[in-house]
Design a protein around this ligand. Sequence first.
Ligand SMILES: *Cc1c(COP(=O)(O)O)cnc(C)c1O
Length: 407
Amino acid sequence: MADNQQAVSVTRDLFNEVMVPNYNPAQMIPVKGEGSKVWDQDDKEYIDFAGGIAVNCLGHCHPAMVSALQEQSQKLWHLSNVFTNEPAIRLAKKLTDATFADRVYFANSGAEANEAALKLARRWALEEHNQDKQQIIAFSKGFHGRTFFTVTVGGQPAYSEGFGPKPGAVEHVPYNDIDALKALISDKTCAVMMEPLQGEGGVVTPDAEFVKAVRELCDENNALLIFDEVQTGFGRTGSLYAYQQLGVTPDILTSAKSLGGGFPIGAMLTTEAIAAHLKPGTHGSTYGGNPLGCAVSEAVLDVVNTDEVLNGVKQREQWLKDQLSAIGEKYGVFKEVRGKGCLIGAELSEKFEGRARDFLLAGQEHGVMVLIAGANVIRFTPSLIIPEADIKEGLQRFEKAVAQVAG
Ligand SMILES: *Cc1c(COP(=O)(O)O)cnc(C)c1O
């Protein structure tokens, strides 16, 4: 062990001394993961229903990912976009083959993929139409990342306030409210951005007619439809992308989180005609399309985009929903269990309103990691291949946590 590693005792208290206080992580520090299990510094085991916030789609340290990373790490780590590289081209080819898209732009995160999508939409509107076509419409409680543009398009004003003047011409309407969109959209609308199932906003499923009506309104007003599939994408809802089950095709789609399975990578997918507006020099990134990230993502795609895994996601949805509903009934804690695939939300009943974090903390005590989505929803975004036995064991632990909070 290196001297500098020996000298410091790594504790949660030290976090508070050396980190900017924008996060409030758990007291325990995880040190190892395998599949859907994680161990902390004291070797305590946890079943992982959090999945790194819908990122670890193949669990921890999946052999296909480990070997892709190791192999690539001995060939080439980084070039910048002054040069292209084989993993990036291969991954782009596979993504375009598997979706509506003809062209891919690689970024390093969901926010960056969305930033690229929004800038592209504005450039498209300016070049294809006119300078008055700038309005971006998005939805209340939507989440699109934390850069200033994306957080402004996101539907939680609290996240974008207090940082000075916001990017303009961004407006919001309630999700699933087609009349509100109809009243606002016009030929001045450049794009409508939406999640095809709101994740951070509380695991809110769109009505099927709503998504179709959004597409129609975009078409009638010559506006682009941008699907933010950062959370719903890469198998999460049981198809490679959620749009493939909705009967609606977007003009631009963004992907991240599960795209890298734990390696930071983002992507924006679009058609040839729209992509043509990002000419050389209009946008870019030093790391975007990095060979390590693309090699890992390609390995993830090869595993995820198979009938076996995608059908398995639907099976896991049923297991999770059935067992969570049973827990909800037994203890009277849930108003509704909802979501799709391995993106499940349990909304708390009135008696427990605002207490989602209490359940999350009790879960950690009992050896299970869950997430929240707002103060009223407990969120489950496990690995897409979490074994049935781990779901059972994890939910038994979760039931103990529920009994503790409800008792
Ligand atoms: C997580 C998330 C983002 C932001 O992704 P980052 O990688 O954190 O920048 C954007 N959109 C949606 C729908 C997300 O769930």
